[in-house]
Write a new protein. Structure first.
Length: 178
């Protein structure tokens, strides 16, 4: 039993050292006039890297042991939730500025979240019908599918079993409600 405890402690220590090594790399970045970007999500601190599809990709350098040293994706619309804070050189910045600082949005037409299946659909073209292509899959996602929905369906469809819960939620390329 003591061997398991030692192994867990060693794993946590390796994560901590890995995160510290990442901080040193971040300090080198500051020499080239790019102020340190940070994303705080409750107790965890992340170093934003890029935007892929509808997610900001970031490396966790502070926080719970199971997150430290891990690269995670944070949905762009989640950047506006309570408990999420973006900073540049210690000063708070808007989510839009954070996205621009790491290279800008990846989906020009924005995206739609199907709240019934958890699937994220990239808006391929604007107009009516709206063309959607799977950008990310939830627990019951539909990999590799394309859909065409008219704007009214997109605006009025509800989650099965819930009259008051909209099924589709549309966001622009920065994750702002559209």
């Amino acid at each position: 039993m003591s061997e398991e405890t030692t192994q867990v402690d060693l794993s946590a220590e390796l994560d901590r050292l890995s995160a510290m090594r990442g901080d040193e790399d971040g300090e080198d970045d500051e020499d080239d006039d790019s102020p340190a970007l940070r994303l705080s999500v409750h107790d965890a601190r992340f170093r934003p890297e890029t935007v892929r599809g509808h997610e900001l990709r970031a490396l966790c350098d502070e926080g719970p042991a199971d997150l430290r040293g891990q690269r995670v994706g944070v949905a762009l619309h989640a950047l506006r939730r309570e408990g999420v804070r973006a900073t540049r050189a210690g000063e708070r910045i808007r989510a839009v500025d954070l996205v621009d600082a790491v290279g800008g949005p990846d989906l020009s037409g924005g995206y739609v979240v199907d709240r019934q299946t958890g699937t994220v659909l990239a808006v391929d073209a604007t107009g009516d019908p709206v063309e959607l292509v799977v950008a990310g899959s939830g627990p019951v996602g539909e990999q590799g599918t394309e859909r065409r929905l008219d704007s009214e369906t997109l605006a009025t469809a509800t989650v099965a079993g819930y009259r008051d819960r909209e099924r589709y939620r549309r966001y622009d390329a920065y994750g702002r409600p559209d």
